[in-house]
Design a binder for this molecule. Structure first.
Ligand SMILES: C[S@@+](CC[C@H](N)C(=O)[O-])C[C@H]1O[C@@H](n2cnc3c(N)ncnc32)[C@H](O)[C@@H]1O
Length: 262
């Protein structure tokens, strides 16, 4: 599938939220309208990236040095391999995204890095993802791996296919592996604004699915949730370097991590 600059893409809209330059006018129209509806969106995107950073460091603190970043997005500041390699230069990262723009920029950025690969695939096809030769050459699935599904499952409606995909990733990883998820929630937001944002995303081919805390916790089936469970992202293992957040629910993003015990 090629890049269509006239069709807004979830990856490029998110890049626009983060102030990136890898987006087109059609993406910026959606991003601007979304921010008019929910002015906190750029802050939500940054809080999500901060959650990602903390999840990667948490994985490293558990001795995990390989990362499978599903729905990795367009490279921006603080990518998984950069966070990981700053702590463990040998850390390996497989990036997976369905969007050709995300894959193009990621390949461009990472061409010289032997400890990363970029795979274009749908995360809901774990057979394809896990059998990709580039992934098999880099990631040793007999050792623990951190599976990251950061701000992506809100583009995956409930379905037997999603359930099976989540089960397959869990079955494929070694004991000691970690799953980290962040996910947009509607809890606490203005329902009218959310409905209009959902309309905007319907135009991108990746409709937005909001889940509440129990539904996000349900995505961790087979994994043992790490304390404090599924919480608003700023509440999950906050770093002293993160700005304090008086009202974490304002940021509409839930996050959590689970361990594979066996
Ligand atoms: C909001 S961005 C998040 C990027 C990054 N994970 C982060 O949190 O900063 C969501 C990304 O998920 C990708 N995506 C959506 N559905 C996907 C799917 N089924 N398989 C793989 N990638 C997907 C989009 O193309 C986009 O790049």
């Amino acid at each position: 599938m090629g890049i269509d600059p006239n069709k807004p893409s979830a990856a490029r809209i998110y890049d626009a939220f983060l102030g990136g330059t890898h987006n087109f006018a059609a993406d910026r129209v959606v991003a601007t309208r979304a921010v008019e509806l929910v002015p906190d969106i750029p802050e939500i995107a940054r809080a999500n990236r901060a959650f990602l950073r903390r999840a990667v460091r948490f994985a490293l603190s558990r001795g995990i040095d390989q990362f499978l970043d599903l729905g990795s997005g367009i490279p921006t500041e603080g990518n998984v391999h950069e966070i990981a390699q700053a702590i463990d230069p040998g850390a390996r990262t497989a990036y997976v995204d369905v969007d050709p723009t995300a894959v193009l920029y990621a390949r461009d950025m990472l061409a010289a890095d032997p400890n990363t690969v970029v795979i274009q695939a749908d995360l809901q096809e774990p057979g394809t993802v896990l059998a990709a030769p580039a992934l098999r050459d880099l990631i040793d699935l007999s050792r623990p791996v951190a599976v990251l599904m950061i701000a992506v499952l809100h583009f995956a409606p409930d379905s037997p296919r999603l359930t099976a995909a989540l089960r397959d990733y869990r079955a494929a990883v070694a004991p000691g592996s970690l799953l980290a998820i962040s996910h947009t929630t509607g809890s606490g937001a203005d329902p009218a604004a959310l409905e209009r944002i959902a309309d905007l995303y319907n135009r991108t081919g990746t409709p937005l699915v909001l889940r509440d805390r129990a539904q996000v916790a349900g995505l961790f089936e087979g994994w043992e949730l790490v304390e404090p469970g599924v919480v608003f992202c700023p509440q999950w293992h906050p770093d002293p370097e993160d700005p304090p957040e008086a009202d974490p629910a304002r940021l509409l993003m839930l996050g959590g991590a689970g361990l594979a015990r066996h």
